[in-house]
Every structure is written in C-alpha cells, then in structure tokens.
Design a protein around this ligand. Structure first.
Ligand code: DQA
Length: 149
C-alpha cells in the first residue's frame, strides 16, 4: 500500500467559516472525507494532521519518514515564512506536493513566495478543495523513475 500523509497547517481547522469567498464553504472534515473516498479508489492509505503549530508540523514530518511514502501539504501561512518546514521536507527526502485552496499568485504579494516549492515535486493551487484531490491523483500517477534526476 502507498502511504500518504496529508498535512493541514494553521487556520485550516477554520475552513467552512473562514473567508468562504476565498477558501470555499467545505469544512476540513468534509475535505478529508472526500480525500478518503478518492484514496480508496486509488488504493492509497491516508493519514491526516491539522496543526496550528510550526514545531508540531516539523516533528510530524520527521516521524513520517518512518511510515509515509509521500506528503501532501498545505502549510497555510507557514508556506510563506517557514524555512523549518522546508528543511524538514528536504531532510526526510519524501516526495511532497504543495497544495493551496486559493491561487496564491492572484493574491497579496506576500503570498507569492513559497519556501516549500523548492523542496516539493510540484504545487497545485487555485482549485479550492479540488487542489487536494488533484494532488492525490498526481501521487497516484507518481513514479519515482520519472522524477529522478
Ligand atoms: C492557503 C494560502 C495561504 O496564503 C494562507 O495563509 C492560508 C491558506 C490556501 O490554501 O489557499 O492559510 O494556504
């Protein structure tokens, strides 16, 4: 079984009530349920974390090295600030896909920079909750041989 760790960063526990015009009206629980359904179709095993704490996310990524085959991460605002999360992803050498509900490039300039992109296979943003589903599908298609350099 291919094991994927889905990480939701700060404030994503507020989905559904938080700026629905930007992030949509689905709750995090609904998004996770949708992901779970697709994962079963793709025969992928998922584990989930939502944390508002940078250190907890770093520790969880380190621990994922023991069991996960890949990461899907929406680091929320830490995307734009956290060298520590980027270092953790690079350190564990797990293939990772960076996800955002909103199109961060169509928003404020401070959201245009991602510390994570450099250490991820790729980034999917702008498709609302669909960004997560696209990331999971991308991992379903992922083949290490296509990505090795
Ligand atoms: C976000 C975009 C970030 O800029 C923001 O801080 C978030 C959510 C998104 O999913 O669109 O918390 O990662």
């Amino acid at each position: 079984m291919f094991n994927v760790f889905v990480i939701h960063g700060p404030n994503l526990n507020l989905l559904g009530v938080r700026e629905p015009e930007i992030y949509g009206s689905m709750t995090l629980e609904e998004i996770n349920r949708m992901l779970q359904e697709l994962a079963e179709e793709l025969e992928i095993e998922l584990r989930f974390l939502q944390s508002n704490s940078e250190g907890d996310i770093v520790t969880a990524i380190q621990e994922a090295a023991e069991w996960a085959d890949a990461l899907i991460i929406n680091a929320g605002a830490y995307t734009h600030t956290s060298l520590a999360i980027a270092d953790a992803i690079q350190g564990v050498r797990l293939p990772a896909i960076e996800v955002h509900l909103s199109n961060i490039y169509a928003r404020e300039a401070f959201r245009h920079q991602s510390f994570l992109s450099r250490v991820c296979l790729g980034q999917i943003c702008g498709f609302g909750a669909g960004s997560y589903l696209l990331a999971l599908r991308a991992l379903g298609e992922y083949s290490p041989t296509l990505f090795s350099d």
